[in-house]
Write a protein that binds this ligand. Structure first.
Ligand SMILES: Nc1nc2c(c(=O)[nH]1)N[C@H]1C(S)=C(S)[C@@H](COP(=O)(O)OP(=O)(O)OC[C@H]3O[C@@H](n4cnc5c(=O)[nH]c(N)nc54)[C@H](O)[C@@H]3O)O[C@H]1N2
Ligand SMILES: Nc1nc2c(c(=O)[nH]1)N[C@H]1C(S)=C(S)[C@@H](COP(=O)(O)OP(=O)(O)OC[C@H]3O[C@@H](n4cnc5c(=O)[nH]c(N)nc54)[C@H](O)[C@@H]3O)O[C@H]1N2
Ligand SMILES: [Mo]
Length: 767
C-alpha cells in the first residue's frame, strides 16, 4: 500500500507512522510546503492528550451551578456515566430554563475534514434537541462581514471573487499593502490548502517590476524577495494615512470623478470630510504624520505614484480586528475608488491577500458538501466575540447592525473544536465569565486551558485517528484523510461523542441518519463528485479516490478580476447595496446613528493607540498577531513552535531602543503588563519592529501562575491577558484583539516553569 495521505488546514502530506504516532510527514506535491507541518510529529501521543472522560470534582460533589473554574481536580468516569450525566444535565436545563439557556456557538478552527467538523456536528445535535443560542460571524473578519454588505453588497465577492494572484503578478505595478502580505499567514486556509504558490506569485511580480509599499509596524510583513519599501507606521493609524493619501489625490486633481460618479455613491460627502469641510480639520499629510509617524512628504510622493501606476490597495484582516476596525476597510475602498481602478486587472482593492491562503486562489471552486446542521428553531444569538458579555450580563441589551437584542441567561455551555483561551480577549475577565454558567462541557483532544475550565471533558480523537475527506474552499487537491493510528486512550470522534448524547436524548436515528463514518464519507463523496462534474471536472468513484489518496483540482480562474463586470456596466451588474453602487457614504449606516461607525469612513481614535491618553501610562503598543510557528494555539507543544520559544516562553520582539531604556537584553525573560493583567515572555531584540512597538503573537497556552487568583499572571506568554474585551463598534460587535497598550520590564527572580502542557490532577473514580 502507498504511504497514507492526510491533510490539515496548512497543507496535504503523507505520513510515516512509528510507535503509534506520526514520525515523519512528507508534503504532497506542494511547491512551497508550510513549515507548520513540522509540528505534527509526536502530536498524537503527546502527554497533553485527554485520555478518558472526566468530570470536575466540585461539579460531581456539589452538582451544577456557578463556580470558580480552572483550579479544581478531575475525576475519571466511564463513557456511560459521563454521557448519562451530561444527558441528564441537558434534560434539566431544557426543562427548567429552555433551549435558549444552552450556548452552542462553539467558535473555533478544529481540524480539517468535511465529515468530522466539530462545530457542524455539535450544531446538528443541538438543533435536533430543540435548538440553542448560537454565534454569528468570526474572530477573523467580524467587522468586515457586517460592514461590507453596506458598502459593496455581498461580502463573499470580496473574499471569494478577489482578483487572482496571477493577475497581481502580471498587472499590478504598485501594491499598497496595509498590514503587509505576511507569507506566514498564507500557508493556512480553512479546510485545506494543498498548493502554496503565493511566494512564487510575489517573486514573479517583483521580477516584472511590481513595487510594494508596506505599511506595517513589522518589517517582515513582506518577504525579502519583494524588496518592499517599509513605511513603519504607528499601529492603528492606517486610516489617517489613507485619508491623507485621498487628500493629496483630490487636492492635486489626481482622482477619477468619472468613476466616482458612475460606480460610487456619496463620494462627495467623503471628499468634503477629507478636505476638512465637514469638521473643519483637513486630513493633510502633515496631519497624518502626527498620527502615524510617516513623513508627510513620503505620503505626498506615494499618492502621486499611486495615481500614475496600476495600483492595488490591500488591507489585511488584522486591521479590522481592532476598535473601529470597520474604518480601515471602508477607507481603503474609498481610496481605491478615488484612484478609479476598481475592476481593472491588477488594480482596485483587496482584503486579506496576506491573511488567508485561499484568497485570490485560482483553483476551480465548487460548493463543498457539508454535514447538514438542520434548522435552529431559536433566534437567540450573539456576535461571536461577545461571549464574556453574554455570560456576565444576562438580560442586558446590545446593539448590532442597526437592531437591538438581548443577552439570554445561559446555563449550559458546550464547546467542541475551539479554544476561547486562545481566541478571546482579557482572559481574566473571561475566567470571571466562565464562572457563571451551571455547566461547561468541552470536547477536545488536548488539555487546553478551555478543557481545564470545563465540568465535563470528553476526549476527542485527532484527525489522525479517523477517516475523512479533506478540502478547502478553493483547494488544489482533495485529499483522502486516512486514519493512521487507532484512537489514543478512550478518545472518540466528535460525531461518536454526540451520537452517544443523542441516543440518551432520543434523537440517535435522526443524528446519525442511520449511517456510520464510512457511509457518511460515501455520501459526502457522491455529493462532491456531482458538483465537480457539474463544474466540468472529473471525479472517480469513492473507492478509486480513496486508494489513490488524492485528486488534483485544475487551476482555472487565474484571470479573475474583482468587480470587472460591475465596472464595465454598473447598471447591468448592480451591487446589492441600496444604490446598486459602491457606497462611500451609506445612508443606512448613517441612519443607525452610531458615533463609533458614522456614514462614511472616518478617523476615530482607539483607546489602545499610542496617541491615546492611556499611552502616557502604558507607553508601548503591543501587536498581538497570528503566530508564524503554529495555527493559533494548535500544536503549541510541537517541535516547530517550541523551537522559537525563549527559555520556554513565547518570544516577544522589541526594538533595541526600547529594550535598552529598560535594561532588557536579547534572551531575557520579561514581564509584559497593563491594568488588565500580565504575562511572561522571552525577549528578542530586533530592528524588525518599529520603536515603541512590541510584538507577541497569540497561541501560547494560557498558564496562570495561580489558577485560583482573580487576576492571574500567564507564565507562558499569552497576549490575551493584556488585550481589551471591547467590540470593534456597535455596528459589527467584532473582535478587537490585535492591539493593547502595555509596559515591559525585565523579570527578576527565579523564572517559574511552564506547566501549560502538563495535564491537571486526575483521580480514578472512587478515590
Ligand atoms: N489577541 C488576539 N486574539 C485573537 C486573534 C488576534 O489576532 N489577536 N485572532 C483571532 C482569530 S483570527 C481566530 S480565527 C481565533 C482562533 O481561535 P480558535 O479557532 O479557537 O483557536 P484554535 O487553537 O485553532 O482552537 C481549535 C481547538 O480545536 C481543537 N481541535 C482540533 N481538532 C479537533 C477535533 O477534531 N475535535 C475537537 N473537539 N477539537 C479539536 C484544538 O485542540 C484546539 O483546542 O483567535 C482569535 N484571537
Ligand atoms: N501561520 C499561521 N497562519 C495563519 C494563522 C495562524 O494562526 N498561523 N491564522 C489564520 C487565520 S484564522 C486568520 S483570520 C489569518 C489572520 O490574518 P491577519 O489578521 O491579517 O494576520 P495577523 O498576523 O494577525 O496580522 C497581520 C499583520 O498585520 C500587522 N498589523 C497589526 N496591526 C497593524 C496596524 O495597526 N496597522 C498595520 N498597517 N499593520 C498592522 C501585523 O504586523 C501583522 O503581522 O491568518 C491565518 N493564517
Ligand atoms: Mo481567524
Amino acid at each position: 500500500m502507498a504511504a497514507l495521505t492526510h491533510s490539515s488546514h496548512w497543507g496535504a502530506f503523507t505520513v510515516r507512522v512509528d510507535g503509534g504516532d506520526v514520525a515523519e510527514v512528507e508534503p504532497l506535491h506542494d511547491p512551497d510546503p508550510s513549515p507548520l507541518l513540522r509540528n505534527l510529529p509526536g502530536s498524537v501521543r503527546h502527554e497533553s492528550r485527554i485520555l478518558r472522560p472526566v468530570a470536575r470534582r466540585g461539579w460531581l460533589e456539589n452538582g451544577p451551578g456557578p463556580a470558580r473554574r480552572g483550579d479544581d481536580s478531575f475525576v475519571e468516569l466511564s463513557w456511560d456515566e459521563a454521557l448519562d450525566r451530561t444527558a441528564a444535565e441537558y434534560r434539566r436545563v431544557v426543562a427548567e430554563h429552555g433551549n435558549q439557556a444552552i450556548f452552542g456557538g462553539s467558535y473555533g478552527w478544529a481540524s480539517a475534514g468535511l465529515f468530522h467538523q466539530s462545530q457542524r456536528q455539535l450544531h446538528r445535535f443541538l438543533n435536533l434537541i430543540g435548538g440553542f443560542t448560537s454565534s454569528r460571524n468570526s474572530y477573523s473578519i467580524g467587522a468586515s462581514l457586517v460592514l461590507l454588505p453596506h458598502v459593496v453588497g455581498n461580502p463573499g465577492s470580496v473574499f471569494r471573487k478577489a482578483t487572482a494572484w496571477a493577475m497581481l503578478a502580471r498587472h499590478t505595478e504598485l501594491l499598497v499593502a496595509f498590514g503587509g502580505v505576511p507569507i506566514k499567514n498564507t500557508f493556512v486556509a480553512p479546510g485545506g490548502m494543498a498548493r502554496h504558490s503565493i511566494r512564487r506569485h510575489l517573486t514573479e511580480a517583483r521580477r516584472r517590476g511590481m513595487e510594494i509599499a508596506l505599511f506595517s509596524p513589522l518589517r517582515d510583513d513582506a518577504i525579502a524577495e519583494s524588496e518592499a519599501r517599509w513605511y513603519p507606521l504607528v499601529p492603528l493609524s492606517d486610516v489617517a494615512v489613507m485619508l491623507a493619501l485621498a487628500n493629496v489625490l483630490v487636492r492635486e486633481g489626481l482622482h477619477d470623478p468619472e468613476f466616482l460618479a458612475r460606480c460610487c455613491h456619496g463620494a462627495d460627502r467623503f471628499i468634503a470630510y477629507v478636505l476638512g469641510e465637514e469638521d473643519g480639520l483637513e486630513k493633510t499629510p502633515e496631519w497624518a504624520e502626527e498620527r502615524s509617524g510617516i513623513p508627510a512628504q513620503d505620503l505626498r510622493v506615494l499618492a502621486r505614484r499611486m495615481a500614475a501606476k496600476r495600483t492595488l490597495v490591500t488591507v489585511s484582516y488584522s486591521l479590522q480586528r481592532a476598535e473601529h476596525g470597520e474604518q480601515p476597510v471602508w477607507a481603503a475602498i474609498a481610496l481605491a475608488a478615488l484612484l478609479g481602478q476598481i475592476g481593472l486587472p491588477g488594480g482596485g482593492f483587496g482584503h486579506g491577500y496576506g491573511s488567508m491562503g485561499d484568497l485570490g486562489s485560482s483553483s476551480a471552486s465548487f460548493p463543498l458538501p457539508l454535514v447538514p446542521e438542520g434548522r435552529n428553531p431559536l433566534r437567540s444569538f450573539i456576535p461571536v466575540a461577545r461571549i464574556a458579555d453574554l455570560l456576565l450580563h444576562p438580560g442586558e441589551t446590545f446593539a448590532y447592525d442597526g437592531e437591538s437584542y438581548e443577552y439570554p441567561d445561559i446555563r449550559l455551555v458546550h464547546w467542541a473544536g475551539g479554544n476561547p483561551f486562545h481566541h478571546h480577549q482579557d482572559l481574566n475577565r473571561l475566567r470571571r465569565a466562565l464562572a457563571r454558567p451551571d455547566t461547561i462541557v468541552v470536547q477536545d483532544p488536548y488539555w487546553t486551558p478551555m478543557a481545564r475550565h470545563a465540568d465535563i471533558v470528553f476526549p476527542a480523537t485527532t484527525s489522525f485517528e479517523r477517516n475523512d475527506i479533506g478540502s478547502g474552499r478553493a483547494d488544489a487537491r482533495i485529499v483522502a484523510m486516512h486514519r493512521i493510528v487507532p484512537p489514543v486512550g478512550e478518545a472518540r470522534s466528535d460525531h461518536d461523542i454526540l451520537a452517544g448524547l443523542a441516543e440518551r436524548l432520543g434523537v440517535h436515528a435522526e443524528f446519525t441518519d442511520g449511517m456510520d463514518e464510512r457511509t457518511w464519507l460515501g455520501r459526502l463523496w457522491a455529493q462532491l463528485a456531482r458538483t465537480m462534474r457539474e463544474a466540468g471536472l472529473e471525479a472517480p468513484a469513492f473507492e478509486e479516490f480513496w486508494a489513490n489518496g488524492s485528486l488534483e483540482v485544475a487551476d482555472v480562474e487565474g484571470e479573475r478580476v474583482l468587480f470587472d463586470s460591475f465596472r464595465a456596466d454598473p447598471e447591468a451588474h448592480r451591487l446589492r447595496t441600496p444604490s446598486g453602487k459602491i457606497e462611500i457614504w451609506s445612508d443606512t449606516v448613517a441612519a443607525f446613528g452610531y458615533d463609533d461607525c458614522p456614514g462614511h469612513p472616518a478617523w476615530l481614535e482607539s483607546e489602545e493607540w499610542l496617541g491615546a491618553p492611556r499611552a502616557k501610562r502604558w507607553p508601548l503598543a503591543l501587536v498581538a498577531n497570528n503566530p508564524a510557528t503554529r495555527l493559533h494555539g494548535q500544536l503549541d507543544a510541537g517541535p516547530y513552535s517550541q523551537a522559537a520559544k525563549v527559555r520556554g516562553r513565547e518570544p516577544v520582539r522589541i526594538h533595541p531602543s526600547d529594550a535598552a531604556e529598560r535594561g532588557i537584553t536579547d534572551g531575557d525573560v520579561v514581564r509584559i503588563y497593563n491594568e488588565r493583567g500580565s504575562c511572561l515572555a522571552g525577549a528578542v531584540v530586533t530592528e524588525d519592529v518599529r520603536p515603541r512597538v512590541v510584538q507577541l503573537s497569540t497561541g501560547a497556552w494560557f498558564d496562570p501562575d495561580d489558577p485560583s487568583a482573580d487576576v492571574a499572571m500567564c507564565l507562558h506568554g499569552n497576549p490575551n491577558v493584556l488585550t481589551r474585551d471591547v467590540a470593534t463598534s456597535r455596528l459589527s460587535q467584532g473582535c478587537s484583539g490585535q492591539h493593547a497598550l502595555v509596559e515591559v520590564e525585565r523579570f527578576v527572580g527565579e523564572v517559574p516553569p511552564v506547566r501549560a502542557f502538563t495535564p491537571p490532577v486526575i483521580r480514578p473514580r472512587g478515590d
